[in-house]
Design a protein around this ligand. Sequence first.
Ligand code: PGA
Length: 253
Amino acid sequence: MKAEEKKYFLANWKMYLNRENTLSLANFFVKEKKDDPSLEVGLFPSSLYTLEIKNIVSNSQISLGVQNGFWVDFGGYTGELSMKMIRESGCDIVLVGHSERRRIFEETDEEVNKKMLAALEADLTPVLCVGETESERSELKTEEVVERQLRLALADLPPNKKIFVAYEPVWAIGTGKDCSPEEAKGVHSLIARVCKEVLPESNFIFLYGGSVNSKNIEEHLADLNVHGVLVGSASIKEDEVKNMFEAMQKAKM
Ligand code: PGA
C-alpha cells in the first residue's frame, strides 16, 4: 500500500491542438473524470486557452496548469509568462524542466532551479521532469544524470511544499518506445530516496511519463514509488483517455 492514496493523471497537450479541439477535449475530461475523488487530474493546454478552460473545469476539481513559466515576475522579457501571472490567471500547476524545453530551448539545470523557486514562491505546484537521453542511457549514465538533475533542481527550495517529480526517459517521450517498469523501477526508487534526503518535510508525488497509453498504464502504476502518470500524445485521444481512466480505477496502488 502506498502512502499516497490518490492516483494522478496529468495531461500535457504540448502544441498539439487548436482552440476548438482544446476546448472540446477539456469538456471531455470533465465528463470522464466524473466525481471520482481518488483520481486527481491536471491539464496542461496551450496557455493561450487557459482562461476559457478555467471556465470549463471550474466545478470539476480538475487542476489547470501551463507548460512553462519564467522566473522573473515582471519586466522586459518578450514572450515570457511569469509564475505570478500564471497563478493570477487561475492555474495551480506548472511543468518545469520538461525534456523538450531542455533539448529544444536549451534550458539548463540552473534555470530549472530558478523556475522551481519562482513557482513555489508564486504558490504554484511545480511538476519537475527529469530523465536521461538515449545516449546517456546507452552509456549507462541514467542514474547519474537523473540524480544530478534532481539535486540541482531541488537546491535551496523551501521546505513543506507539494512537489511533483516525473521520471520521463527522454528516449521514451513521443516515440512510442515504452520504458519497461523493470527498467524504470531503479530510477523511481533513486528519485524517492534523493527527494526524501534533500527535502524530508516536503510532500512529493512521483509520476512516470513517456509513451504512456491504455495498454501500459497499469503496469507503470504498479511501482511502489509511482503515484501517477504524465501523458502526452495518448492524452489527446478521447478513446485512450477513457480507457486509461478505466485502467487507473483497476490499478492496484
Ligand atoms: P508522450 O509525452 O506521452 O507523448 O510520450 C509525455 C510527455 O512529454 O510528458
